[in-house]
Design a binder for this molecule. Sequence first.
Ligand code: ATP
Ligand code: MG
Length: 330
Amino acid sequence: MTYEVVVIEGDGIGQEVVPAAVAVLESLDIDFEFATADAGDATKEATGEALPAATYEAAANADATLFGAAGETAADVILPLREAVGSFVNIRPAKAYPGVDAVRPETDVVFLRENTEGVYAGHEDRLSEDLSTLTRVVTSSASRELAEYACEFVADGRGPDHRDGFTVAHKANVMRETDGRFRNEVLSVADEHGVDADEELMDAFATKLPLDPSQYGVVVCPNLAGDVLSDLAAGLVGGLGLLPSANIGHDNALFEPVHGTAPDIAGEGIANPTAAILSAAMLVEYLGHVEAGRRVRDAVESVLSDGPRTGDLGGSATTDEVTAAVVDRL
Ligand code: ATP
Ligand code: MG
């Protein structure tokens, strides 16, 4: 079986870390057919469009897409790309690795963030000089779909080992209709599947997570809450250069590092490729090669603990040196 993977480097360090991730994929015993596609600031300058229709189509028809980063045009690129793959859940693991300075070294949480609605799908209106409003969208169907995915995720043992089940974070005490619907649907799906689910008000969660991250494993959130809370978790594990993410749809998916284009270091060959390589590991797992994905993560973890490291982690290695070390340990 050959997998068609669309590769979109984008701007800035996307052009450095995505080739690193592709090199790791190429070193695996899996048949990939890579097709490169353009998007981002440079593409907009050259063609007038940040996301050409050909790129959208390529991503929509691929088995999976690996994306780097886009600068100013990020929202014009990534939001339609998530839609192109029909993504309903954004997976954002935040794990602290041995050997890497972290605020909370015991952090190992995976956020499953609703990826289609909430305030991000809402309509904003300017009603007068003084008044703007936002409509928040929550459906039972999207909430249940996310919860079904979360139940499968924990049943497959993809969550951190130290916690069973999942936590749903919400603010249903105030947003009783929208978050109330979300919370009730998620907990009822968990109940139907016999999955152990507890709940936490998202503000309380934001206090408790940094104080003691070890009490959480898989965390299920509405869209905006997931965005903010997973960034909070990212701060606990020490560095944007480490965090991968996945946007999962029904028969397609897109994988991207959490970081952006890092214009301050772009073009120097010193970006940390870890986030992009871990995103590639998630891609491999998504395609069903769970063992190969685990091997990539183990190799990355091994390099982080005693191998060459880039400047953001206090080392002086280049992107290529770190990538070569990961491939070597594979
Ligand atoms: P963008 O608008 O594209 O998000 P940004 O200026 O916000 O750009 P980020 O990419 O979000 O930059 O990065 C924020 C900081 O983290 C920068 O100082 C950047 O150098 C650093 N950083 C991000 N990713 C990496 C990486 N992979 N390796 C090393 N440093 C990184
Ligand atoms: Mg940024």
